[in-house]
Design a protein around this ligand. Structure first.
Ligand SMILES: [Zn+2]
Length: 182
């Protein structure tokens, strides 16, 4: 049974992540809700799932559980961090995934998730990018992807993030199972 570690980004009450004040929503809350639904879908699909949203990604805040250490010690087969993107320009929109490097298992996992999200949500396809300095990608030992579901700073994307959390979650879960079965 595949072991999937989910990390909704940021941490309510400590680090809200990006905020859309007109809609009154925070990234930390959105990705936690989506993450909980991804966990449900994956458990129904037969995966073991751990979910951890924490202000400690790799040892920087000992008052919270360490995300990367938890995933590595379990050990997880797959690691997925969930985020919402934000930009100074309200026009920026779409979905993108980050991996430590291209031509890797992480790259395949990212392609599966990216494809499921853009096809089911109709968000712009910004592609799979490398982000070797991202803490959760640098410090995990299994295929790992950081997913930017959509832009919380763009009205149309933000409305999807508010109204279609279940669709985002189902797409992420299908991307993971596509990867596990390919
Ligand atoms: Zn974030």
């Amino acid at each position: 049974m595949a072991k999937v570690f989910l990390n909704p980004g940021h941490c309510p009450d400590v680090d809200s992540g990006a905020v859309n004040y007109s809609y009154g929503v925070t990234e930390a809350a959105i990705v936690k809700e989506v993450g909980d639904m991804v966990a449900d879908y994956l458990r129904k699909a037969g995966c073991e799932v751990e979910l951890l949203q924490s202000d400690n990604l790799a040892g920087e805040n000992p008052n919270y559980p360490n995300v990367c250490a938890s995933a590595n010690n379990w050990p997880a087969d797959v690691f997925v961090s969930l985020h919402c993107n934000a930009a100074a320009s309200e026009q920026a929109n779409g979905t993108e995934c980050f991996v430590f490097s291209h031509w890797s298992k992480s790259d395949r996992l990212a392609a599966c998730i990216q494809s499921q999200i853009v096809h089911s949500l109709g968000t712009s396809d910004r592609g799979v990018k490398v982000g070797p300095r991202l803490i959760v990608l640098r410090n995990t030992t299994m295929p790992a992807v950081l997913v930017e579901l959509a832009f919380i700073s763009n009205d149309a994307d933000c409305e999807k993030l508010i109204d279609q959390k279940r669709d985002f979650a189902a797409a992420v879960a299908r991307g993971v199972t596509d990867f596990l079965t390919e």
